[in-house]
Design a binder for this molecule. Sequence first.
Ligand code: ADP
Length: 509
Amino acid sequence: MRRLLVVNALIFAVLAAAAALAYYGYSATTEQTSRDRELALMQDLAEEKVLNIESLIAKADTELLRAVNLDEMVALKNLPANTGAAIVSVYVLDDQQQLVPDGFVSTRAPKEGVAFRDWFLARVLPLLPLAQAKVGVRGHLYLNLDGRPYLFTYMRRASKDNRKFYVVIEDDLVHLVFRLFPQFFEVSSKRLYQVVDEHNQLRYGEPFGELAEGLVVTRPFIDTVDGWVLRVAQRDLGDQVAFARKRLVNSFLIGGAVVVILGGLAVLGFAIRRERRLSELKSEFISNVSHELKTPLSIISMFGEMLAEGRTKSPEQAHEYAEIIWRESVRLSRLIDNVLDFAKIERGMDVYEFSDDTAVADVVERAIELSGRRLANADMTLTCEIEPELPPVRLDANAFTLAVLNLIDNAIKYAADGKKIALTLRREADRIVLDVRDWGPGIAVEEHERIFERFYRAQSVRLKPIRGSGIGLALVRHIVRAHHGDVTVTSAPDQGSTFRIWLPISDKS
Ligand code: ADP
């Protein structure tokens, strides 16, 4: 009954764990899919933002570069204000890359502007790939000089009289970062934006903090500030601690579920094997019991018939037949007692009737007395040593007699060759100890536990014509454990066996 409950609980646990795993698998896949979708969305967004920013700058720059008119150089002064481009300075150079007269305008203060112009001519001009520039096509160069970023845009142009010249503009990065970026990257959105330069230095936006790497998408700028990168992250996934904790809990739960499933399956496999073995033993038991019932019955009916028909030579023979019938019927009733008690115990019924202050010595002596005839028939002697004045114990006398009888019967059955049985009953500390020793074939060590299992019979006896059902010792163990004691065996092949029962002495004694 209890085993069935455990098996049911196990099956339930395995199913629950499997369901939990399936749920985690499903939710992880859904989460992953939605994350993938979100990442793809973020990637598109980053693409679009960078493209829009760069095309806005490129368009304004191209317009300005094309607006420069070499024939009316004076108009250059008005350029920065008239076009949409955010610029700091404009340079117009001739074919030889020399600044043309009036070919410079700057939004900086005059003195500073001039100083910057000279710096430009000395440091930046040699770096500009003007020689390769194609007429009317915008080119750009991003520089990080002395720790400061600069963006220059240039174009080769031809004047009306077909003279070649170059226009170079210095884009306003302050405007880009402080005016343009904020227009594109709204602060309140559910996403975080960040622009870092080629040295991974934050140029715009706020640090992402502990964001998970996989949840960030990046898109580099390629047509303006080369090397700068736009990074986009999801704002509500920013709580790395909660995310890590969730992942930890999930891995524990998944690990636990896997352990439950594997453990459950292992235990179920074990239980199934055990049940199979038990059912094999049970069918063996049925044939053993039937055989045990049949033998005395056929003896009884044979000798009964002889008596009934008066086929006896003398009154002594008639007496002998009657005695055989009596002996076999006692054996029969012992077997039936065993089977019935065992069946009651198997069904979990409360079969014991305890009474306090029972003299255990009396109970043991009675069992010896009941075995007298069987001992004589087997030509065996039983020596008995009982310590005087043993304290009384709480006992079910009938059940305990049955237990002692089973041990003596076994010794008669299996150890008749040893010719003797020694029984001792004594007190050891707070226990009463009963030893039943024989000088028979003994029991292999690996079977010491198993012989107490129901239906189990040792390998060595199965092949011999010794009758038995395999429930005797299981019954003994059940009885003594019900008395809060236990039964053990010490034995080795060919060394005889000692079965020991101990019972606790009640507190009062
Ligand atoms: P049964 O005697 O009906 O087979 P038991 O439960 O009484 O069943 O005993 C289980 C097994 O233990 C026996 O089949 C036998 O192999 C072994 N056994 C029990 N007592 C002895 C003993 N005194 N000497 C050797 N083997 C024993």
